[in-house]
Design a protein around this ligand. Structure first.
Ligand SMILES: [Zn+2]
Length: 1035
């Protein structure tokens, strides 16, 4: 999935205490030994093979704001308390209300102020418990493994706490993850959506294989009203079943008296009805209005990660792959699409059409199932035995050709690159008018936002770059994700990191004119900014709850994932990377994997005699958060490199970290620095290492072309040598290397390792810079500081920063042409320079922007504004009262979405407070502005001086509305938090943000993005305290 336009993720509205309960139940030491047996009547014992009693750790999985984790002492006390019967499971919310998520949570009452006596009791109890555990563990024939204890020790009263079903009976399953006793083999799905009443009925037949003897089948179902259920066995006998539902975990359990035996087949049939969803997940309804004002309705799906269960009862975890046979009824005038080609259509007695699709030729995870019912039209083409089609609303048919060309070319590329042909006979790409994510890779039926797929004839190369990127990403998923799927969401990066890497790699090879390299470089820089925070997480991280699953769809899974794959590919010889990938895809074709499976395939594909364990190297990048800082010190021809964790922290006490990485350090020097052959490599595995240079050099530059995921500090002399080199001739280094120096020095300044004076020293060379990558990086970094100063109302310093920027970039800004430009890289640079120029009020820029807008209006929009200049032109126009209204009018009737969104960003950039308030409200209400655009509106509002104050107020006042529209943890919510708080840099703001999120409790306080927001403000504040004096002196 490509979520970066907005949010993507579904989640369950689990009450916070339920989430914690379920996490506790994952671990053996939290089973409530002392539960009241009368309150919980005995339920038939669980199948032993389904009880995951693994005594692997007693660590409690309470994840939240950084300091929220329990330290050892608290953890021990908490375990003891639990064993003493002081269950946490019924902790009242009142108790919880007192605990700020930002400070260390007090341990449970019994241990909150441990007296010596309590401590002794705790310790004694631990000893007893440890002894009991040891005894039980070593009992002959009774092991605490997945297979459980076959003859339960009757003296050990370990019984799980069962939740209560909706009908009051005990629900026979205690975990978030499903039991593994049943394997679904095939689903027959019959769906009957009614687009008038916005409801649907369904008839689902699941054929299953019993893997372990069991008396119940547990699967997922959310918001479905199940009306009938039957279970048939191999011999065609039906047995009576009861369906129990436990809503907080979106699970149902089919219960029966006879035991199903391993090896047996059975068929479960469920009839149900439900409403089409009004949000953007599950089976949802949507509508659009065409140019003539006619409204059309449609229904579409978005199942990743956890919403297939909202359309049909299913085993909704990626490892439960099965085949699917889909049948959908529809009215005349509509088409129905699903993953597979249509097999036949029949007319029913009620006049409806029944479309039956071919049974899927591949086994799929449930999150990849999809269907669309709409009145769309399409264009199509046969490409290597696959019919590729692009669907859109009828009036946008001519906007689909670019996508058809691009998808066709990329399909051929991937067929060859992966050496496995795309396995289905058709591939549909569908533009959905109302779609929250950027796109979704459903097998054979990829759904997109209109802006991610449709391209106008007059679209700029930058817009084409975006569309090609998203198509390349989703197509790569057809292999990485669909053919081979991660076993669980903790390894989401195997899907997303890979698809992100392939999107850049394939475009670099197949569409060099799109110049995707700068974009990928910027992506790596931004991934580092997030991963440098304490709130970051390992690429492969433990996830349990729906919120945690949602939060995995972030920059670490996508962008850091892609960055470390680039680093690996760059460090492996020849074709080893590709060979390893092909081996991996072949070996695991149709099944599920964990991260190590990928590394093992890559190691086995070794092409050089020099053994290098990919797993050994890459586990240092996937199992720990963050990345290294490499410090260089050179004495003659001897260079010492040392590594440490590049951890941005405003708290000096947590600075130490023992993390080490296997870093493939690359370097070039002044005698040979540009060509790939100049690059030398040294693997730094320990804290420090020494390398010998062949001769004397003037300077060294590490991390050639910034393909490595690390930051380099050259020391005062090393930096001075590099700056001297650049002042003499900027072309002594590649543009990626220059951009990397700029990004590195700003990062070092944020870390407190160099003073801002050093940053400004490097910036002196920028007057001679002409390339896009280093210039856009410098503008972005300086622009961020300018905005922070402006927002802090450090007006004198902000004014001086403005003068500084204009002095260094003014000539380049003035030299930009305001006409059509065909080169993508020049467009990127021009758009960054002019946006900064007009933002800073540069009169020439404003004059040109106004003139272009006037031409556009006077020509009745026939004289179009070049795509990359639209943002700056519309933003300047939106400052005038009349032109803002003109833009608003244009916004309401324009159908071309890329321009529509640019106009919306401009409207939201207004400094007029009444209009800011109006536009935020309109986005929330969803009438004038689609709710899918609210994160974009909030981000654009926050960029302005007046807007940033209101945006934050708006988020606080409307938090409950926001999390109804966009689930807690989703990408949209992550984006809203970041855009409204990341520019704050004062103590007062820190306290306000801290206080607000603390008060949310289960309504969002536990999100990683909240911790990130608080950390970021602390770091901004710290940076300002350190550097204000320098800024005053130097600017
Ligand atoms: Zn994706």
């Amino acid at each position: 999935m490509d979520p970066f336009d907005s949010n993507n993720a579904e989640r369950a509205n689990l009450p916070r205490n339920m989430i914690e309960n379920s996490m506790f139940e994952e671990e053996p030491d939290v089973v409530d030994l002392a539960k009241d047996s009368t309150a919980f009547p005995t339920f038939p014992a669980l199948d032993p093979d389904e009880v995951a009693y693994e005594p692997r750790s007693s660590r409690l999985l309470v994840r939240g704001l950084g300091e929220n984790e329990l330290d050892d002492e608290e953890e021990d006390c908490e375990s003891s308390a639990r064993l003493l019967g002081m269950s946490f499971m019924n902790r009242s919310s009142a108790h919880r209300a007192n605990s700020s998520p930002y400070t260390r949570q007090p341990p449970p009452r019994s241990c909150s102020r441990p007296s010596v006596r309590t401590m002794v009791v705790c310790v004694l109890f631990l000893v007893i418990v440890a002894s009991m555990t040891m005894v039980l563990y070593f009992l002959p024939g009774c092991t605490f493994t997945k297979t459980g204890c076959r003859k339960p020790n009757t003296t050990t009263p370990i019984e799980p706490v069962y939740p209560i079903s909706t009908n009051g009976e005990l629900f026979p399953w205690t975990k978030l993850r499903l039991p593994v006793s049943i394997q679904p083999l095939n689903y027959d799905l019959n769906l009957n959506p009614d687009l008038k009443t916005m409801t649907f009925t369904g008839h689902t037949v699941i054929t299953m294989l019993v893997l372990h003897n069991t008396k119940r089948i547990v699967l997922h179902s959310a918001d479905l009203n199940i009306t009938k259920s039957t279970l048939k066995l191999d011999d065609n006998t039906s047995i009576d079943v009861t369906v129990l539902e436990y809503k907080p975990r979106q699970q149902i359990a089919v219960k029966f008296t006879e035991e199903l035996k391993a090896g047996q087949h059975c068929v479960l049939t469920l009839d149900y009805s439900a409403n089409l969803s009004h949000n953007y997940d599950g089976f949802y309804n949507s509508s659009y209005t065409d140019k003539s004002g006619t409204k059309s309705v449609l229904a579409a799906t978005q199942f990743e990660p956890l919403a297939a269960r909202k359309a049909f009862p299913c085993f909704d975890e990626p490892a439960f792959k099965a085949s699917f046979l889909v049948k959908i009824t529809r009215e005349h005038g509509y088409i129905a699409l699903s993953n597979m080609p249509k097999a036949k259509t029949t007319t029913l007695l009620n006049g409806l059409q029944l479309d039956e699709f071919e049974k899927s030729s591949v086994n799929m995870s449930t999150y990849l199932v999809a269907f669309v019912i709409a009145n769309f039209t399409f264009v199509s083409r046969n490409v290597s035995n696959t019919v590729v089609s692009v669907y859109s609303v009828p009036e946008k048919k001519e906007h689909t050709l670019y996508a058809l060309d691009t998808a066709s070319k990329l399909l051929k590329f991937y067929n060859t690159f992966f050496d496995i042909n795309y396995p289905l006979s058709k591939l549909d790409l569908v533009a959905i008018p109302d779609f929250l994510a950027g796109a979704m890779e459903n097998w054979g039926l990829i759904t997109f936002r209109e802006t991610s797929l449709l391209v106008d004839k007059k679209s700029s190369p930058l817009e084409k770059q975006l569309v090609a990127s998203v198509i390349a990403h989703e197509l790569a998923h057809q292999w990485f994700g669909n053919l081979v799927t991660m076993r669980w969401w903790n390894d989401l990066w195997l899907n997303e990191g890979f698809a992100t890497y392939m999107q850049y790699m394939s475009l670099q090879r197949e569409f060099p004119q799109l110049d995707i390299g700068n974009l990928f470089l910027g992506v790596r820089f931004r991934a580092m900014a997030k991963d440098a925070l304490n709130s970051s997480h390992a690429v492969s991280a433990q996830v349990d709850t729906p919120e945690q699953v949602a939060e995995m769809f972030d920059s670490v899974s996508y962008e850091k994932g892609a960055s470390i794959l680039l680093m690996l590919n760059a460090s492996l010889p020849g074709e080893q990377f590709r060979k390893g990938i092909i081996e991996y895809l072949n070996k695991f074709n149709g099944s599920n994997t964990v991260t190590d499976d990928l590394w093992n395939s890559l190691t086995q594909a070794e092409v050089s005699p020099q053994h290098q364990s990919v797993a050994e190297m890459m586990s240092t990048w996937t199992l720990q958060k963050g990345f290294p800082l490499v410090t260089v010190s050179r004495k003659g021809d001897e260079v010492t490199l040392t590594q440490e964790h590049f951890l941005l922290t405003a708290d000096n006490t947590t600075q130490s970290s023992s993390s080490l990485w296997h870093i493939p350090v690359t370097y070039v020097n002044d005698s040979c620095s540009l060509a790939p052959e100049c690059r030398q490599m040294f693997t730094l595995k320990s804290k420090s290492g020494t390398l010998k240079l062949a001769g004397s050099v003037k300077w060294l530059k590490l991390n050639y072309k910034n393909t490595g995921f690390y930051i380099v500090h050259y020391g005062d002399e090393g930096w001075a040598d590099l700056i001297d080199g650049l002042k003499g001739d900027v072309n002594v280094l590649t543009s990626e290397d220059r951009a990397s120096l700029i990004q590195n020095i700003f990062a070092l300044s944020r870390l407190g390792r160099v003073s801002f004076r050093h940053v400004l020293n490097l910036m002196k060379y920028v007057s001679n810079e002409t390339e896009t990558a280093p210039l856009t990086e410098a503008l972005l970094q300086l622009g961020t500081i300018y905005r922070m100063l402006d927002n802090r109302q450090e007006q004198i310093l902000a004014a001086r920063m403005k003068v500084y920027i204009l002095k260094h970039f003014g000539d380049l800004m003035d030299s930009q042409k305001w006409e059509e430009e065909g080169n993508v890289s020049k467009q990127e640079l021009r758009s960054a320079l002019l946006q900064m120029a007009c933002n800073l009020g540069k009169s020439e820029c404003i004059h040109q922007a106004k003139a272009l807008f006037k031409q556009y209006i006077d020509s009745n929009r026939t004289k179009l504004i070049p795509g990359d200049l639209q943002r700056v032109v519309f933003t300047v126009a939106a400052r005038s009262e009349d032109d803002w209204l003109t833009l608003l009018e244009r916004y309401t009737y324009i159908t071309y979405d890329a321009e529509k969104r640019t106009i919306l960003q401009a409207l939201a950039s207004t400094q007029n407070i009444r209009r800011i308030v109006w536009i935020l409200r309109a986005g929330l209400e969803g009438y004038h502005i689609q709710t899918q655009e609210l994160p974009l509106v909030i981000s654009a509002v926050s960029d302005g001086f007046a807007g940033h104050l209101f945006a934050w107020d708006f988020v606080q006042e409307n938090w409950d509305h926001l999390i109804k529209k966009f689930p807690v943890g989703s990408f949209a919510i992550q984006s809203i938090i970041k855009s409204t708080t990341s520019q704050f840099s004062t103590q007062a703001r820190l306290e306000q943000v801290h206080g607000f999120f603390s008060s949310l409790k289960e309504r969002g306080s536990q999100m990683r993005s909240v911790q990130e927001a608080v950390e970021t403000i602390r770091l901004n504040l710290q940076w300002m305290n350190r550097n204000l004096a320098t800024l005053q002196e130097c600017l």
